[in-house]
Structure formats: structure tokens, C-alpha cells
Write a protein that binds this ligand. Sequence first.
Ligand SMILES: Cc1cc2nc3c(=O)[nH]c(=O)nc-3n(C[C@H](O)[C@H](O)[C@H](O)COP(=O)(O)OP(=O)(O)OC[C@H]3O[C@@H](n4cnc5c(N)ncnc54)[C@H](O)[C@@H]3O)c2cc1C
Length: 86
Amino acid sequence: MATPLTFERYTGNWRGSYEGWLMTTKTFGLKMPKTLPGLGNFYMAGQWVEPGGGLPPAAISGRNAVRKICKKDGKRFRTIRDWSLN
Ligand SMILES: Cc1cc2nc3c(=O)[nH]c(=O)nc-3n(C[C@H](O)[C@H](O)[C@H](O)COP(=O)(O)OP(=O)(O)OC[C@H]3O[C@@H](n4cnc5c(N)ncnc54)[C@H](O)[C@@H]3O)c2cc1C
């Protein structure tokens, strides 16, 4: 049987929290900062900055972090879809 300890062992995720923050009335829809004061060129992405967690928000979070970096660097942000992955 898989337990949170199993998830922790396999994924390295803190306490086996498989989708990050517990959804409560406080965390639902919460927008968390993706940078830390005084730490330049550092961006956070993933389930711990997207309450609700899961694969789609984690992926979008990474995408948004790259978009912010592009904007800061004055570079055009564009994405491509690799159809060979289907
Ligand atoms: C069993 C299970 C089933 C799930 N099913 C679904 C599902 O059906 N649908 C869905 O949407 N979501 C599901 N999830 C949740 C989803 O997998 C996560 O929300 C998502 O993968 C989080 O992505 P992430 O990039 O934030 O973190 P992770 O994918 O956990 O990536 C974090 C990475 O950081 C590494 N790491 C940890 N500590 C350190 C450190 N100190 N230094 C360097 N690296 C470190 C870890 O090894 C890991 O590779 C499931 C999760 C589990 C465990």
C-alpha cells in the first residue's frame, strides 16, 4: 500500500504532499508571489506556489516563470508544441 512516506521516498516531495497546499477557504484561488525579496533572478514554480497543485498548474507555473524571465530580459516569449510527443 502506498502512503505519504512512499510518495516522499519516490518523489522527494515534502511530507509526501502530492498536490502541495491543502485546499481550504483561505488557499482557494490564492495568488502566491513567485519571487523572494532581495533575491534577484530567482523564480519559483510548481505546486507549492500554485495552491491546488497538480500537473496542469505546475506546468503552467513553469511556463509563466519563463515568460516573466523573457519579459525582464526583453526577449519575445513564444512556445511551440512538439506534436511528436503525442
Ligand atoms: C501518487 C501521486 C498521484 C498524482 N496524481 C495526479 C493526477 O492524477 N493529476 C494531477 O494533476 N496531479 C497528480 N499528482 C500531483 C502532481 O504530480 C504534482 O502536483 C506535480 O508533479 C507537482 O509538480 P512540481 O514540479 O511542483 O513538483 P515535483 O514534480 O514534486 O518536482 C519537484 C522536484 O524537486 C526535487 N527536489 C526535492 N527536494 C529537492 C532538493 N532539496 N534539491 C533538489 N531537488 C529537490 C524532487 O526530487 C522533484 O524532482 C499526483 C501526485 C502523486 C504523488
